[in-house]
Design a binder for this molecule. Sequence first.
Ligand code: ADP
Ligand code: GLC
Length: 493
Amino acid sequence: MKVLQVGAEVFPLIKTGGLADVMDALPQALRAQGADVRLLLPGLPAILDAVLHAKCVKRIGPVFGAGQVKLLLGQTPFSQLPVYVIDAPFLFRRDGGPYQDRNGAEWPDNLQRFGLLGWVAAQLAQGELVADWAPDVLHAHDWHAAMSCAYLHAHPGGDVASVFTVHNLAYQGLFPSADCALLGLSSRYMSPSSLEFHGQVSFMKAGLKFADRVTTVSPTYAREMATPEFGAGLEGVIRGRGGEVSGILNGIDTLVWNPATDSALAQRYSADQLQGKALCKAALQARFGLTPDPEAPLLAQVSRLASQKGLDLLLSVVPEIVRMGGQLVVQGTGDPALEAAFRKAESAHPGRVGVRLKYDETGAHRTIAGADMMLMPSRFEPCGLTQMYGLRYGSVPIVRRVGGLADTVRDAGSVVDFKSDGNGFVFDQPQAQQLQDTIARAFAAYRQPQAWSLLMRSGMQQDLSWDGPARQYMMLYERVSSEKRATEFRETD
Ligand code: ADP
Ligand code: GLC
């Protein structure tokens, strides 16, 4: 099975969220299942700098206003997977983020940038650019890669099948309809049954409409996406695909996230040797300027500071967390209003609340290891990786029952009614009172050391690896690619 994975970010080269972790770990897990996997990435500076042994395999004439474009083939530095990189200096070689400039404004030419990514993906998948490798399946991730599915549809040829994975419907890649002409597609693609979304062009819709199969990153989010509450206006399109939409839960990279080998930690630990975790907690309290207190339940949130993450709920329960004897650390960047609110909470509760408004990968490992509990009170959460990192590090998750959080965290009940199959604490409604009551239940359990260590161990021993999910993707690829071949065969018959 030959698979081309197409996306805009990959850990550790460029990362704005969990998508990068998936783009790194899923291809490796597929390779372990015997797949011949290659990646296709945009030539952002961090990617060009890191890719090993890059050679130009094709020069592409001026496209998307990019001038000359080179298609490079190299190797990812750590996983050593073959990777194609689109070197289009005019579109990709610039300082700032993958989607936004340094001030947080969207790049004005994102339509061309990610139009190019989709176009090259489709051409490569159809064997138009290189002669010696073409995939059976093109797997596109999120709106950045979604146009590949529209280009395959517009220029059918070959028997490559396409799979589109939605990581987050909140980011759709919407552009003015006047710019649609730049995509080089016929005008029939600018209609509501195609790419048009309320008068704009939607890249997300290209994936949802034209991929042979649509997946998302948890079974619960697959159901939620089809509802007005979570569908972000695309629920009708998603429902229209019927049984061709499914959810495959993400795994985590259990080598990168392993407290027994993690060199970032003050001391390593495991389910059988938990002592080191206390040292990690003390180090975390010191790092965030909290009162050294081994007994205080220490809550942590590591996340983008975005409305998705339910941080308004967390902010309203901060005084109660402190009143109950807890401590809180928050590591994240994003919405300036949320950043300011957390700064304010920190100064209101010195020694009890610590905040770090920065993106820091090593810091994330230390925070997750040092915490007793990880918070994820998300309003919606397609999958969520941080709660799984928490489970792996014995930091018990407290989450809202939504999306992938509902699929990975099982409520442990209360001290009087302890559920042995629980691995965390779960609440239903996005209400501060429910979050507060759930934190109170967790604190009560924390004060029962035996029950607590059972809870920690049950999470730490869980199989959160990519093995199972990668097998599910392999089955999906087999199915969709044999269906595609059968259709091609009928059509050419
Ligand atoms: P999302 O993709 O919606 O941001 P996930 O839970 O799937 O949510 O993934 C978030 C990823 O980003 C995790 O790997 C998490 O550790 C990381 N992360 C988020 N904020 C920070 C930060 N401030 N510093 C370091 N890592 C962060
Ligand atoms: C998105 C989602 C997150 C998911 C991640 C990786 O960023 O917000 O829930 O875990 O993608 O699939």
